[in-house]
Design a protein around this ligand. Structure first.
Ligand SMILES: *Cc1c(COP(=O)(O)O)cnc(C)c1O
Length: 395
């Protein structure tokens, strides 16, 4: 077989404004770190970079957990890591489901032979801790799993009450923080979270490819007491921990340059400071909502349950979902997300995550959406950018 290499051009996608459900905009600093020389994964320089990445991750997760590492793989690999290590066949597992990612957790529990109890809430609403308490009544669940930031709906799940329910039941608390980490507080130790995973391409503003994971001492104890081996060789934290720990025992080759990139993204987060970063996400969220509502559009999620970094906006009557998103992307390089599952065609998912969470993007999006809707014959009220400006001025 022959191939003409000249038919392939240089990779040059051009610039975008990434305001969808992820990936989010990546800073020049992170891209530069990605391009640093690839060295051996047991090179002393890289070993130090691994240590520092772990240190920075502990800061972001607000945890003392020794086993706090970036798993090689995207957010879903982190999800599987937590479940394959903590669930054995026959274990009772309670999963809260109010969107795509809770559904994915339930799928994984089934594949592992766990005995699944689902606690459902409508898509667009948070899980009621009382429902979880009732579902657990009389059972002995080993794990209670919940998504902190449901990216498919824009719902924020308060964790305090669920943490109390898990404690009462003697269950490990497993939390998906793929979208929340880096955009709002994820206080692992204070809340008593036992297993937590995230992803690099949402509020960390790093390309996709790594999944920060942290396991508490109680989770490690459950792992050590397993009667059956972890079914995934690659994601077996017993072995992976010996690679990231002081033994440096070869397990697999860490994606060297992705670790550089994550380290840089985390360094930028530490420079900004957690409180300032979370406040920035809140402010841009409030401005976006003010603008969207001024246009006469509605938010899917009731105010107290909204996420700051993922905004589900109801598609107004008469607007063509695909045509609007296409006009945003082709005309302006702005990417937003469509709805998933039952919400397909009903909402737009507007992400303001990490680097992308800034006043410039919020105003650009509002002004552009207004123009596109008008051009496509959808009636919108004027004053979106002014409403957003008022929020910034009052801040
Ligand atoms: C994006 C996302 C995932 C999956 O992450 P991938 O990187 O796409 O594998 C899991 N959970 C939530 C809440 C997410 O937003």
């Amino acid at each position: 077989m022959t191939i003409d290499p000249n038919q392939f051009r240089d990779i040059d996608p051009g610039k975008r404004v990434l305001m969808g459900p992820g990936p989010s905009d990546v800073s020049a600093r992170v891209l530069q770190a990605l391009a640093a020389p690839c060295i051996g994964h047991l090179d002393p320089y890289f070993l130090e970079a691994m240590n520092q990445t772990q240190q920075l991750l502990r800061y972001l997760f607000q945890t003392e957990n020794a086993l706090t590492i970036p798993v090689s793989g995207t957010g879903s690999a982190g999800m599987e890591t937590c479940f394959v290590n903590l669930v054995e066949p026959g274990d009772e597992v309670v999963v809260c489901v109010n969107g795509v990612f809770g559904t994915r957790m339930a799928d994984i529990v089934g594949r592992l032979g766990g005995r699944l109890t689902r606690v459902d809430a409508p898509w667009g609403r948070a899980i009621d801790p009382q429902d979880v308490r009732q579902a657990i009544d009389g059972r002995n669940p080993k794990v209670l799993a919940v998504v902190h930031a449901e990216t498919s709906t824009g719902v924020c799940q308060p964790l305090e009450d669920l943490a109390a329910v898990a404690k009462e039941a003697g269950a490990l608390l497993l939390v998906d923080t793929v979208t929340s980490l880096g955009g709002m507080e994820v206080a692992v130790d204070r809340l008593g979270i036992d297993a937590v995973y995230s992803g690099t391409q949402k509020c960390l503003s790093c390309p996709p490819g790594l999944s920060p994971v942290s396991l508490s001492p109680a989770a490690l104890e459950k792992l050590e007491r397993r009667k059956t081996p972890v079914v995934s060789w690659y994601l077996d934290m017993g072995m992976v921990a010996q690679y990231w720990g002081s033994q440096r025992k070869y397990h697999h080759t860490a994606p060297i340059n992705m670790v550089y990139a994550l380290r840089e993204a985390l360094r930028m987060i530490a420079e900004e400071g957690l409180e300032a970063r979370f406040a920035r996400h809140q402010l841009n969220h409030r401005a976006l909502v003010a603008g969207v509502e001024a246009m006469g559009l509605a938010m899917l999620v009731p105010e107290p349950e909204r996420l700051p970094m993922l905004n589900a906006v109801c598609i107004p009557d008469g607007a063509d979902d695909a045509k609007v998103r296409d006009a945003l992307l082709r005309g302006f390089g702005i990417e937003i997300g469509g709805g998933l599952g039952d919400l397909a065609g009903k909402v737009w998912r507007v992400g303001i995550m990490g680097e992308a969470s800034c006043r410039r993007n919020v105003v650009l999006f509002l002004a552009t959406l207004e123009t596109i809707l008008k051009t496509q014959g959808v009636a919108v009220k004027p004053g979106a950018t002014e409403a957003a400006a008022n929020v910034y001025d009052d801040a």
